[in-house]
Design a protein around this ligand. Structure first.
Ligand code: HEC
Length: 148
């Protein structure tokens, strides 16, 4: 799934770069391809909505979709024996910004710093860009005031 997504993203980039087909061809390619994953650097916490946080909460707790972050990070996200606390100001792998968390979820943690096991990309099952963003927003909100 993730592989397919990358391929179609590449096709989109090629279609856009060629340009010869005109705007319509690029628009068709954009319509056919899934929404492109967001550049983490452009993610602004001010854009996080209550709906996104609710979706992220459900995803984190495995209520929808195949990924359950709480399985490793705990229902309160305060960590446990296999994964770290996500609610404090201490970050092992990044500065804990919204964009950094978003990026971290995509890469997972192939080389853990404190725990024995790895985190697979997306916690195990691929997420759509919308869900990816929502769960990142939710995790970000656990340690930062959001929407206030
Ligand atoms: C299979 C267990 C597992 C699952 C499932 C999992 N994680 Fe992790 N996560 C880890 C481990 C292990 C680390 C890194 C610990 C270390 O470096 O020692 C980690 C690290 C992180 C970090 C970086 C923390 C830091 O201090 O920099 C974030 C953010 C994170 N996980 C979010 C998530 C989210 C969101 C999900 C669900 C989409 C998720 N994780 C699912 C095991 C897991």
């Amino acid at each position: 799934m993730r592989h397919l997504f990358r391929v179609s993203l590449a096709a989109l980039v090629v279609a856009a770069a060629c340009g010869g087909g005109g705007d319509q061809a690029a628009a068709d390619a954009a319509a056919a391809a899934p929404a492109a994953s967001v550049d983490p650097a452009t993610l602004d916490p001010k854009t996080i909505t209550p709906q996104e946080l609710a979706l992220g909460d459900s995803l984190f707790h495995g209520l929808i979709g195949a990924t359950s972050c709480q399985a490793c990070h705990g229902p309160d996200a305060k960590g446990g024996t296999v994964a770290p606390n996500l609610t404090d100001a201490e970050w092992l792998h990044s500065d804990g910004s919204y964009g950094a968390i978003y990026h971290q979820i995509e890469t997972g943690v192939p080389q853990p710093k404190q725990y024995l096991g790895v985190m697979p990309p997306f916690g195990g099952a691929p997420l759509t860009p919308e869900k990816h963003r929502a769960v990142a927003a939710y995790v970000y909100s656990l340690s930062h005031p959001v929407g206030k």
